[in-house]
Write a protein that binds this ligand. Structure first.
Ligand code: SF4
Length: 294
């Protein structure tokens, strides 16, 4: 899209207008992350829940740097040549988790297509360090597709995360436009493989953004495709355009429609569904209580 084609963003409907909380916890979270030199997807992806989550003392860590090798049309994370991995980053994430007293941690990363293992080993080390310093914690990873490489998926799973989350992001028809270097079938395959490799020892999870121009039947089909790939947990949220250079919002889906989708998803057999305008992959992630031990 050229600058001359940039259109102003539409006014947000009432249900998306946020009241910003004032809380000293927000500043404490900010200071802690700065001190430990950590990136979060909350900031890098301009998440609209940034104020709420940080004020509650939670955040989603983004490892392997803040420069992504991909340039998806919806995502605000910068695309640039990544820097070398920082070997002490896993320990710093573990320390932040400890100081924030998290009971459920969500760890994500930029896509590192420049690395032979896509950053899988770095994920493994981070999971292990976090567990070492925070016994009993629930660990959720939100991973890139690792180009559907079995060995990479297995490296991460070998560290026994409780939840293996990989987002489908959108329906099949819109995938080429929304996620340039990813494919719909590859993402389904990643989820299917994770479940096949670990069975009930891991919960698989995925998310779809709504409001990009998808039709209802396409959303339902994407949900069915996820269930056919043995995905356990689903998140549905409203896409919001992070800047005028990103894909425009085609529709603001109503809260009632989100509720309808939640009911349909539960009927399809997802064990947990979070569906609402402000839902993101990691929003209130700890509300799903795990029957998995260890
Ligand atoms: S929803 Fe997730 S990414 Fe957004 S602010 Fe909360 S923890 Fe961060």
């Amino acid at each position: 899209m050229t600058t001359t084609e940039l259109k102003p963003r539409p006014r947000l409907p009432e249900w998306l207008r946020l009241k910003l909380p004032t809380s000293s916890a927000f500043t404490q979270t900010r200071s802690l992350l700065d001190e430990l030199r950590l990136h979060t997807v909350c900031e890098s992806a301009k998440c609209p829940n940034h104020w709420e989550c940080w004020s509650k003392g939670t955040a989603t860590f983004m490892i392997a740097g803040d420069r992504c090798t991909r340039a998806c049309g919806f995502c605000a994370v910068s695309t640039a040549k990544p820097l070398a991995l920082e070997v002490d980053e896993p320990a710093r994430v573990a320390e932040a988790t400890r100081r924030m007293k998290l009971k459920h941690v969500v760890i994500t990363a930029v896509a590192r297509d420049d690395l032979k293992d896509g950053g899988a080993e770095h994920f493994r080390q981070t999971i292990e360090k976090v567990r070492e310093l925070n016994p009993g914690i629930v660990i959720e990873v939100l991973v890139p597709d690792f180009l559907d490489n079995d060995a990479c998926i297995e490296i991460v799973l070998n560290a026994n995360p409780h939840i293996y989350n990989h987002n489908l992001e959108t329906v099949r028809r819109l995938t080429p436009e929304v996620r340039h270097r990813a494919t719909y079938d590859r993402s389904l395959s990643v989820l299917k493989k994770a479940k096949a490799m670990r069975g009930d020892k891991v919960h698989t999870k995925s998310g779809i953004m709504l409001g990009l121009g998808e039709r209802e039947e396409e959303v339902l089909q994407a949900m069915r495709d996820l269930r056919s790939s043995n995905c356990d947990i689903l998140t549905l949220g409203q896409y919001l355009q992070p800047s005028l250079k990103h894909l425009p919002v085609m529709e603001f889906v109503t809260p009632e429609k989100f509720t309808e989708y939640k009911i349909r998803a539960e009927e399809m057999g997802f064990v947990h569904v979070a569906s609402g305008p402000m839902v993101r992959s990691s929003y209130h992630a700890d509300e799903f209580s795990l029957p998995v031990a260890g």
